[in-house]
Design a protein around this ligand. Structure first.
Ligand code: ADP
Ligand code: MG
Length: 338
């Protein structure tokens, strides 16, 4: 008798959840990405008990059509890509159609949504399947609540660290996303108290002030560079401000925050000897490029990326930082003899 069988979709989703939803902050990230993709201009996040008890994200995006509701929590169900050509042209934050399926497999979900073309709905999902359905509020946008995260995956529950650590990670994610989307107003409430709010007026320096404080923002120097392949923009903060780890170097590709050791090293190198040893700068850099030269499909969380022109990009970033600091006459210009 044959021994190989295809796993039940419920188990498939639980396995996938292990990769996409590691902890509360990964749920927050996925939900915010969906709000951004829906064109939201205001995103309000609230968490209780660091998100383990409840995570709620309310947006004023385009909403979801009632007809699509049964499919939402199916794996590989997405409205964002339609063919493999699209996969190499990714402009949206999401595309894998995995987040909601994964979240739905390990938590209880309530979704209230309304789209321009359909009636408002309010749905309760249990294991990704609609368990209750009632009319929703008439307001275009989406309001999604995740409760009892990991209630059915005890091993994962144990892995989640102290509530304080988890709350810190949620704050970190929201800060990064707000820095990459100055035109969106983000609010974060932790156990009912407002912890963070960005103005959403499209001014990155204002967001830097909202997040790192006005004194840091005052010392922020704009950077910009353009080559046929890349357009780099953002701010680097003058070396009077230092931090004891690299986490304050915010990198994004096409407004998607990424982690990349080599690129943050290029920024540090750009400061040359202006940074004391073991100290790191504060920087917010976005790198626009043709989606064809960046592969975001390396890891489910999409924070790791690969570039086909990595060397060029690293050199450009370092040079851009250096030039911005030179303009501030912090680095002597040997050729010009300044
Ligand atoms: P992906 O983002 O990769 O498409 P998800 O599982 O995160 O996959 O979401 C599935 C689909 O649900 C999305 O493609 C989108 O159509 C819809 N969706 C999810 N969240 C929202 C939201 N906040 N506003 C509008 N549509 C949403
Ligand atoms: Mg998504």
């Amino acid at each position: 008798m044959s021994k190989i069988k295809i796993l039940d979709p419920k188990i498939q989703n639980k396995i996938a959840a292990g990769e996409v939803v590691e902890r509360p902050s990964s749920v927050v990230k996925e939900l915010i990405e969906n709000s951004i993709d829906a064109g939201a201009s205001e995103i309000q996040v609230s968490i209780e008990e660091s998100g383990m008890k409840e995570i709620r994200v309310i947006d004023d995006g385009e909403g979801i059509e009632a007809e699509d509701a049964p499919l939402l929590f199916e794996r590989h169900a997405t409205s964002k890509i339609g063919n493999d050509y699209d996969l190499f042209q990714i402009r949206t934050m999401g595309f894998r159609g995995e987040a909601l399926a994964s979240i739905g497999a390990v938590a209880k979900v309530t979704l209230e949504t309304m789209n321009r073309d359909s009636e408002p709905v309010k749905l309760q999902y249990d294991g990704g399947v609609i368990a209750a359905n009632e009319p929703g509020k008439a307001r275009i946008g989406t309001d999604i609540t995740i409760r009892e995260l990991f209630f059915n995956t005890p091993a994962r529950l144990k892995y989640v660290r102290s509530l304080r650590t988890e709350a810190g990670k949620v704050i970190d994610i929201i800060q990064r996303m707000a820095l990459n989307h100055p035109a969106i107003s983000f609010t974060l409430l932790i156990d009912g108290k407002e912890k963070l709010r960005t103005s959403g007026k499209g001014d990155l320096k204002a967001v830097i002030a909202d997040i790192y404080g006005i004194n840091v923002a005052r010392l922020a120097v704009p950077v910009e560079a353009r080559t046929p392949d890349f357009h780099i923009t953002g701010y680097i903060v003058r070396p009077e401000v230092t931090r004891s780890h690299r986490n304050f170097i915010n990198l994004a590709v096409n407004q998607r925050f990424i982690r990349n050791f080599r690129l943050s090293q290029s920024i540090i190198n750009g400061y040359h000897t202006l940074q004391p040893k073991d100290k790191y700068p504060v920087a917010v850099i976005n790198m626009e490029m043709d989606p064809k030269i960046v592969d975001v499909n390396v890891h489910p969380a999409k924070t790791e990326v690969r570039f086909s022109k990595e060397h060029e990009l690293n050199a450009l970033v370092e040079q851009t930082v250096r030039e911005a600091l030179r303009e501030e006459t912090l680095i002597p210009d040997v050729e010009k003899g300044v």
